[in-house]
Design a protein around this ligand. Sequence first.
Ligand SMILES: O=C[C@H](O)COP(=O)(O)O
Length: 258
Amino acid sequence: MASPPRRRLIGLSTKMYFSLKRTHDYTSDLLAALKESIPADQLSQVDVFFIPDFIAIVPTAQQLQAANSAVWLGAQDAHWEDQGAFTGEVSPSVLREAGVRIVEVGHAERRRIFGEDDGITARKAAAAARNGMVPLVCVGEKTESDDAGIAVDEVRVQVDAVMAAVPDEAEVVLAYEPVWAIGASQPAGEKHILRVVQGLNALGSVRKRKGPTRVVYGGSAGPGLFDRLKTGVDGLFLGRFGHDVEQFIRTVKEVIVS
Ligand SMILES: O=C[C@H](O)COP(=O)(O)O
């Protein structure tokens, strides 16, 4: 028997691209556009998340709260401990206190530039879940190949490490982001994405979980993509191609109606 479709999810991370003012203006424009151009009954069918940089989290939370918005506030990372002598780090419990609902862990840039491995990513995912937030776990193969099986083998190790650390009932979102498709001119091909995501959903560590697990695609995602992924992917995670509010809204609409 086919499983029922899962609630879709779409979001954006500003990485380190925006000034404080730009994040403020983007948030205002986004909230206005969501209200004006998407009927409330349609918008309520999807989860939308927005992940600014750490400094912008508190003012963004205030903007979302003032607008009584259902948009999920996200963080781009979190430490694995809640408090202590960890100079320069950001506590997951403080993020929760600030209104964060989803925490990105294991992004390819964290892994490549900051040396974070599967063990660290797993501890961070567990810390997010422990503090009542949803870990948004980024996984993906490093090298482009036509063979989706090779990608699934590489990604399996990343996923298994996280699933072993996160409580079985906790909600998890996996962001499948092939490393070679991040910061590129176009996303990975739809056949490849669909095959890898199918392989990911079939992993024992994913299939046997009690808690909800959704899988979104990221890596040069933007308008025009989701219609080609709708049969097998639960949503999208945007970077650069969501920097323009209109483009992001167009993509949100596509995720709702496709
Ligand atoms: O966090 C988002 C992803 O890394 C995708 O970024 P990008 O769309 O700019 O390639």
